[in-house]
Design a protein around this ligand. Structure first.
Ligand code: ADP
Length: 495
């Protein structure tokens, strides 16, 4: 890996973890040790130092969580929707009141700058408020049978105990957008957070207890042996649904495992988002959009722009401006004021990004800025722009998950669409144009679950988030989000 002469600013001492954050497993309404007595370390990615030790769940622990979830299921399903909604609403209020504590915690365990952590608290908490409102709007329908022979009554019921497996990149929001609709629908939930960032979910579980959520309705089981503990749950017939956000590789394993007991599945998997700049685009807006789509979370988002497809007529101007803007970003620990780019989550991811870039450069890519790991403590990579990247370079087909922008040119709209769709993924896509006809035409031609037109950020708790092709199944958020946790029952009535 190449390292730069740049170093992260002589690190100011990291703020300490608040003693109010639970570090045990959250089981049956309290924080407990793992049955094995094992703990694992969670690192601060800005310093590489241990932030906390967290209880390490094993199969026995997660099956205890399933036993309590299963025991609590019928009562929670029978709890009036208004009461379920009020508990969710109270949890939203408590998270909002404690926004600074949640934000600092995410910055410490995940690395994102505090300003972005604050944004995630607002966004993540909003799923609780949104689904508090949806809890009382679960509908059904009734019809007279066409034969005239009786009535068709359609009702919605909670699917039952759910498993939520979440990634490290948005430690709060990836949990709340599963927990919110599940609780609103009347399902109990077990969350298996990512091993890099379990603390935010543990704090959220404590907040839910304060909000009045009955014991056993929500458990949080961090653990290093993710395959073993998730596998134990997937093999148990009491589990009725899995909702996963993470890599396509692991998603496929869970889809295969879900066949054993025919589980409902929601899958938010990898992306390879194209970001298209047409020659009639407002270039200033396109560069602003590119910064947002590429650099939010340091590029560590499944919706992150992965390939910049730029019309050859504006390619040099766009690339030069983007490189100047990215190159000027201030890299450092997320808690320092003025930090615009935090660390990469861990050494493995940092090495992966460096390798993708190094391979492209060796193959002939032009470095417009960056292309270096940052020397010093923690796991930092300089913001990078590459042009003239050979077509067969891995960086053009794999999800980069880091602060690296790869530029490709095109001449016609048809070429841009073909390039955008030439991937097995289909999560997010972005394009910039001033032409309304083209906007509608291109939005419909893109094989993607979500399309941003003249904007680089699309996530919204009120909108259905989800992908097509290898990017996933189902939607999270919006009025669609709660459907993932409901089953349809048909009652044939004759009177
Ligand atoms: P990422 O590449 O973003 O880390 P992963 O798909 O590896 O995504 O991880 C997402 C979540 O899936 C994490 O909570 C992780 O612990 C969990 N996980 C990883 N491997 C497995 C597995 N084999 N079975 C079940 N869960 C897994």
């Amino acid at each position: 890996m190449t390292t730069s002469a740049l170093t992260t600013s002589a690190l100011t001492t990291s703020p300490k973890l608040s003693s109010s954050v639970p570090t045990g497993l959250w089981l049956a309404g309290r924080s407990v040790e793992a049955s094995s007595g094992a703990w694992f370390d969670v690192l601060n990615p800005a310093t590489g130092e241990v932030l906390a030790s967290v209880a390490d769940a094993n199969a026995i622990d997660v099956l205890s969580a399933l036993a309590v979830a299963s025991a609590a299921q019928a009562r929670w399903a029978a709890t009036p929707p208004r009461t379920r909604g009020e508990i969710l609403h109270r949890a939203w209020e408590l998270v909002t009141e404690r926004a600074e504590e949640f934000a600092l915690l995410m910055t410490l365990e995940m690395g994102k700058p505090l300003s972005e952590s604050r944004g995630e608290v607002a966004y993540g908490a909003e799923f609780l408020r949104w689904f508090a409102e949806e809890a009382v709007r679960i509908g059904g329908r009734t019809a007279t049978a066409p034969s005239g022979n009786g009535r068709i009554l359609v009702t919605k019921e909670p699917v039952g105990p759910c498993l939520a497996v979440t990634p490290w990149n948005f430690p709060l929001a990836m949990g709340t957008r599963k927990i919110g609709p599940a609780l609103a629908a009347g399902c109990t939930v077990i969350v298996k957070p990512a091993e890099d960032t379990p603390l935010t979910m543990l704090l959220l579980a404590q907040v839910f207890a304060e909000a009045g959520l009955p014991e056993g309705v929500l458990s949080v089981v961090p653990g290093l042996d993710s395959a073993g503990i998730v596998g134990a749950l997937m093999a148990d017939p009491r589990l009725r649904k899995v909702s996963f956000t993470g890599s396509t590789r692991v998603g496929k394993i869970l889809i295969a495992q879900s066949a054993t007991h025919v589980l409902r599945t929601s899958m938010e998997l990898g992306g390879n988002a194209p970001f298209i700049v047409f020659d009639d685009a407002d270039l200033d807006k396109a560069v602003d959009g590119a910064l947002a789509a590429k650099m939010r979370n340091g590029g560590q988002a499944c919706t992150a722009a992965n390939r910049f497809l730029v019309h050859n007529g504006v390619r040099e101007e766009f690339t030069a401006t983007l490189a100047a803007r990215l190159g000027a970003l201030r890299t450092g620990p997320g808690w320092e004021s003025g930090t615009e780019l935090g660390p990469i989550i861990n050494q493995t991811q940092l090495s992966r990004i460096a390798q993708l870039v190094d391979e492209a450069v060796v193959a002939g890519a032009t470095v417009r800025t960056g292309a270096k790991a940052v020397a010093g403590d923690g796991f930092f990579y300089a913001p990078t722009v590459l042009d003239e990247v050979p077509a067969d370079a891995r960086i053009r087909t794999e999800e980069i998950f880091g602060p690296v922008a790869v530029i490709e040119g095109f001449d016609t709209e048809a070429q841009a669409i073909e390039a955008a769709n030439s991937t097995e993924f289909g999560l997010a896509a972005y394009f910039f144009t001033r032409d309304l006809d083209r906007s509608l035409r291109v939005a419909s031609a893109l094989e993607s679950g979500m399309v941003g037109v003249n904007r680089g950020v699309i996530s919204d708790p009120a909108a259905p988030f989800g992908g097509v092709k290898s990017s996933g199944l189902g939607s999270e958020g919006g009025s669609e989000g709660i459907e993932e946790y409901l089953t349809t029952k048909y009652i044939a009535l004759t009177s």
